[in-house]
Design a protein around this ligand. Structure first.
Ligand code: GLC
Ligand code: CA
Length: 574
């Protein structure tokens, strides 16, 4: 509203002035070109010796986080929760789980982070609550309870037959029978995560209040969990079964037919909610609240829609395509990054490498060049135009440590899906701070909630801190360059050598004319890459090295740059 009136006054002084002011405001948006660090609080730092990470642990590590050049921390859910889905089953949206601390601890985290110019982003789970949330307890208590309509209750098709064929993302039917009231309720995720009924305005208002509650407590944004799953087909039609070429149903890791998700995902209505969430966010202009979406969409066109036709929905829907190609497919990377550059208007892309739901970056590893592969991936994500996000531990080269035995699995999805789907424990192991027992995560002797991977003896913050060739140093330099180098901070981006199937290279050019070339060898073989200085818009045949894979020479001429397997260069043009 305030902005509206400024514009009206600006009208008198000339429209140009007003739009200039708006552009200036837009240019200041803190998330543009920012680095966001995802923390799984349970696994970051245990401050009270119970084997579980907590808020005070995070607060105590803010200087470390600052040293990475991080602008904001996304905390996965810290709300009171039975922890069936480790926090994604929320029992109270306006408090903190005692395992993680108190609201006071949270306030201190926000305040201490602010002193370091780091912002806090909360995870907002809107699709479902815990079955222990008082709303659901009331809803399940009787068919006439006023909260009945807050969830999705339906009669079965017949005795013992659920309303339709919909499945939980975590395996088997998405319908749970409740004997007390003789109806089924719908759950896209675990049965302990009943879906809210977003067609009910009372549900919507309750959630907008939650959004306000945390903004008033000082958060700078939200990561909207599973945001495309808010609505289901009101007619409850069956989902399409995905079939192979012979017409047989494809079978998923849980042994069920694979469904097309065409009645439970991305249904009409989602965008109305996004606009409303954005209005609430924008009603606190001083705070510059950002909305990040967990947006698993299949094309840049779909991604574009998440920003809103009038750029009034998410400021940062996650681009989960680039970081999840899962193999070194050079043309595909080039195409998807170029899509993000050209297909989302003037919006900012958000590139993501991995998270608490997917194996870590070592899924790209070949077992021989893993460290250099980590350098390639982080360069692609961080040196591209846009906001970048990475997951705690990536910066020290932490790897996926999947449980070897079913009895060790903590993530229920891994128990249901064993052995095809082993769950997500592998990417949630405790942060590796030192080479000591328990890796500095918990005091020695404490049983940590997930085991400390043996690799922690080598890959840890203490041992990597002083080493110029460590992964940690690599990430620190990348983080610094993303802020301090004009071309990497605000330059536009052009893909180079589009026919090269082995080397991905791109040019970043800042408004002040300065430019950086990024070069990544996507193969396990040495490569030679050649640039025409004229194409790069430089008169010089040489460039200064900003960053390079350890153990390589500075390139001599732009016209012939040798690369070692998975070698990387960031070069400043003169
Ligand atoms: C999102 C979260 C995941 C969670 C699911 C259900 O995909 O990232 O961890 O299990 O939503 O809330
Ligand atoms: Ca603890």
């Amino acid at each position: 509203m305030r902005r509206h009136w400024t514009c009206m006054i600006g009208l008198a002084a000339g429209l140009a002035l007003c739009s200039g002011a708006l552009n200036a405001a837009a240019a200041q948006r803190w998330w543009k070109g920012a680095l966001i660090y995802e923390i799984y609080p349970r696994s970051f730092q245990d401050s009270n010796g119970d084997g579980i990470g907590d808020l005070n642990g995070i607060t105590g590590r803010l200087d470390y986080i600052k040293s990475l050049g991080i602008d904001a921390i996304w905390l996965t859910p810290i709300y009171p929760s039975p922890q069936v889905d480790f926090g994604y089953d929320i029992a109270d949206y306006q408090s903190v789980d005692p395992k993680y601390g108190t609201l006071k601890d949270f306030d201190r985290l926000v305040a201490e982070a602010k002193k370091r110019n780091i912002r806090i982003i909360m995870d907002l789970v809107l699709n479902h609550t815990s079955d222990m949330h008082p709303w659901f307890v009331a809803s399940a208590s009787s068919r006439n309870n006023p909260k009945r309509e807050w969830y999705v209750w339906r009669d079965g098709k017949a005795a013992g037959v659920p309303p339709n064929n919909w499945q939980s993302a975590f395996g088997h039917s998405a319908w749970q029978y409740d004997a007390k009231t003789s109806q089924y309720y719908y759950h896209k995720f675990y049965a302990q995560q009943p879906d809210l009924n977003w067609r009910n305005p009372a549900v919507q208002n309750a959630m907008y209040d939650v959004e306000r509650f945390w903004i008033r407590r000082g958060v700078a944004g939200f990561r909207l969990d599973a945001i495309t799953t808010l609505y289901e087909d009101p007619k409850l039609r069956d989902e399409t079964i995905v079939r192979d070429k012979a017409g047989r149903p494809e079978i998923n890791a849980f042994g069920d037919p694979r469904l097309a998700n065409d009645r439970t995902d991305n249904m009409p209505g989602v965008h109305d909610v996004l606009r409303k969430l954005r209005q609430v966010a924008d009603s606190y202009p001083a705070q510059q609240v950002v909305l990040i979406g967990e947006t698993w969409v299949g094309s840049v066109g779909e991604l574009r829609k998440m920003y809103g036709v009038h750029n009034d929905e998410l400021q940062l829907p996650m681009d989960l395509q680039v970081g999840f190609i899962d193999k070194f497919d050079t043309p595909r990377f080039r195409m998807l990054i170029n899509d993000a550059e050209t297909g989302i208007g003037s919006n900012e892309p958000l590139f993501v490498l991995d998270n608490h739901d997917r194996p870590r970056w070592d899924r790209y590893g070949d077992g021989v060049h893993n460290a250099d592969i980590g350098r390639v991936l982080s360069t692609v994500i961080i040196a591209s135009r846009g906001t970048a996000m990475y997951y705690y531990g990536d910066e020290i080269g932490m790897v996926t440590s999947t449980p070897a035995r079913k009895q060790d699995v903590r993530d229920p999805v891994g128990i249901t899906g064993w052995p095809k789907e082993k769950g997500r424990d592998g990417e949630r192991t405790p942060m590796q701070w030192t080479a000591a027992p328990n890796a500095g995560f918990s005091p020695p002797g404490v049983k940590t909630w997930l085991p400390i991977p043996p690799g922690s003896v080598k890959a840890n913050v203490a041992s990597e801190s002083g080493r110029s060739d460590s992964m940690l140093t690599w990430f620190r330099v990348l983080g610094r360059l993303k802020h301090d180098n004009a071309a990497l901070r605000e330059g536009d981006e052009t893909m180079l050598n589009p026919g090269d199937a082995n080397v991905l290279s791109w040019l970043r050019k800042a408004p002040d004319g300065s430019a950086v070339v990024a070069i990544c060898n996507f193969t396990a073989k040495p490569q030679m890459v050649r640039f025409d200085p004229k194409m790069l818009g430089t008169g010089s045949r040489i460039a200064a090295t900003l960053l390079k894979t350890p153990g390589t020479e500075d390139p001599v001429l732009l016209s012939a740059i040798p690369l070692k397997p998975f070698g990387v260069y960031l070069l400043q043009l003169r």
